[in-house]
Design a binder for this molecule. Structure first.
Ligand SMILES: [Mn+2]
Length: 310
């Protein structure tokens, strides 16, 4: 059986399904995608009959748009296609037989990886999949992605994404495939423990520095703490929200990538705020894309002042 997986390139929850697939399927290919690349990739693949070679095609931690879902719904392809996503903003797409968006099960928040793991256990169970090392790693990914690690103070769940950022995607995948094949129980290696120690120090220093750079603005009826930053966005957003209790939410602007929103107040839903700016997400964590042309505008603003080129 030949398997293809499309998953989210941006974080642990998108990467871990690749690892699980490699444990289960012998004949397996994958493509990691940004949210905005999903529709183009899948439509081009359908145009080129790319999926014809595969018996089963999965999509995890991502979802197609309504338009693409409609197209797929009219094709035979839908019989071998399965979307497993947990982003609540996509929940309306559950009307399509091949899309399964589950935000939580019995009060426990799901992630792309936890949904895919359950699916594999149900349909493609292997001995390795049932190991403590594998189920524990899946639970770390879920805790990390849903931010529930904070609730249970499971630092290991946070640290796993630090390992991903140090190793890089390819090494992270091959490292954990090897590890899970050879270990019954999950643990960090001594190298990983050192990396984690370095990372904790680096993150704390970074957050301390950013605390002094927050700009508070009233936007759309919300008090927003704004900071320009590229690293540790979830930890940064949460720590800044704790440090500035007067703000409703923190907006982290990464000029190279996107805008992230975080909040810790129960009566604030950042996915509503993100939707004002073309974004989406969860109640406590959301994001929106950079406006088109923003980078050009910044360049113009900085370098266009004293010359005639602009
Ligand atoms: Mn996720």
């Amino acid at each position: 059986m030949k398997i293809f997986l499309m998953s989210h390139i941006a974080d642990l929850d998108g990467i871990a399904p690749v690892i699980l697939s490699k444990l289960v399927f012998k004949d397996f290919d994958y493509k990691l995608l940004d949210i905005k690349e999903v529709d183009d990739f899948i439509n081009e693949s359908l145009d080129n009959d790319f999926f014809n070679d595969y018996d089963k095609v999965f999509m995890t931690d991502l979802c197609v748009s309504e338009k693409t879902a409609q197209r797929i719904d009219s094709l035979e392809f839908k019989k071998k296609f399965k979307v497993l996503d947990h982003h609540i903003s996509n929940i309306g797409l559950n009307k399509y037989s091949f899309i399964e968006v589950v935000d939580e099960t019995n009060g426990i928040k799901e992630s792309g990886t936890s949904l895919y793991y359950k699916y594999l256990l149900e349909h493609h169970a292997t001995q390795i999949l049932g190991r403590e090392s594998v189920s524990y790693m899946v639970s770390l990914v879920r805790l990390n992605d849903t931010w529930e690690w904070k609730k249970y103070n499971c630092i290991e769940a946070r640290d796993l994404s630090a390992i991903l950022s140090y190793y890089g995607i390819d090494r992270f995948i091959s490292n954990y495939v090897d590890f899970l094949i050879t270990h019954e129980n999950f643990e960090f290696t001594s190298l990983e423990k050192s990396l984690i120690e370095i990372d904790h120090k680096r993150m704390n220093d970074y957050i301390e520095e950013k605390k002094n750079e927050v700009i508070i603005k009233d936007i759309k009826g919300y008090k927003v703490g704004i900071v320009f930053a590229e690293n540790y966005r979830s930890e940064l957003g949460n720590k800044l929200a704790e440090y500035y209790p007067e703000v409703d939410l923190i907006a982290i602007i990464n000029l190279g990538r996107s805008i992230s929103y975080r909040c810790i107040k129960d009566d604030v839903n950042v996915s509503n705020f993100a939707s004002f700016f073309g974004g989406k997400g969860h109640q406590k964590a959301a994001g929106s894309p950079l406006p088109i042309g923003l980078q050009e505008s910044v360049i113009k603003y900085i370098f266009g002042r004293d010359n005639n080129e602009y």
